[in-house]
Design a protein around this ligand. Sequence first.
Ligand SMILES: [Zn+2]
Ligand SMILES: [Zn+2]
Length: 241
Amino acid sequence: MQVVSGIIKDKTAGVTSTPLSLIKSIFYTGENQMTARSVSKICVVDGCESRLIQGHGLCHVHYMRLRRTGSVQLPVRPPTVLEQPSLFWDRVRVTDSDQCWTWQDSLDYNGYGVLWMPEYKKTYRAHRVAFYLHYGHWANPVTRHTCDNPPCCNPAHLLAGTVAENNQDKVDRNRQAKGRALNVAKLTEDQVREIRKRGVLYATGSGKGSPNSQRALAAEFGVSRPIIRLILKNELWRHVT
Ligand SMILES: [Zn+2]
Ligand SMILES: [Zn+2]
């Protein structure tokens, strides 16, 4: 009977994290086990009014949590970046205010920084979160980069935009890319043959200033030097022999 009153006292004092072995020793010792159960049918955790599961002194929730985590209390959740923005900025290489601030963590396949947002149970793009943390509201419907640099999180390079504006950004980018492609296309097959005949892939010291250097050929044919190099390496215009 004395043990039983001890348990009841424990409950009123608030049992916060009773080790499993202690609970077992209280409830699994011969006659006391039966006496205790007949006296208290609710979980011994303070504030919990749930019925205990047979022989454990704890309700199902608290018993399973104790088994899983070693404590009947909920584990302490780490703060999120919305609660503690420094956790976000720690993952950004913050430099001068006019420079791009590169996200130092995971990137998606388009090169945008990404992070998990537990509040929304979703992965967010880092620059979008950067805008929110800096300006205090989301850039809706989309967050645009004025610097056209996907991993950049510098709030000075971010602005809210419409979907149409964002698509226009993409069109502008594509136009630049197509321009480069057109640059290659404007060479004739004869010009490609001439570049292959005159150009040298690995210039030795004296080749640098010559009219057959990659730089000179690029200027002469109006294409970039990497393109001359790719032609010489047979990675472009492969069908021309
Ligand atoms: Zn409980
Ligand atoms: Zn930038």
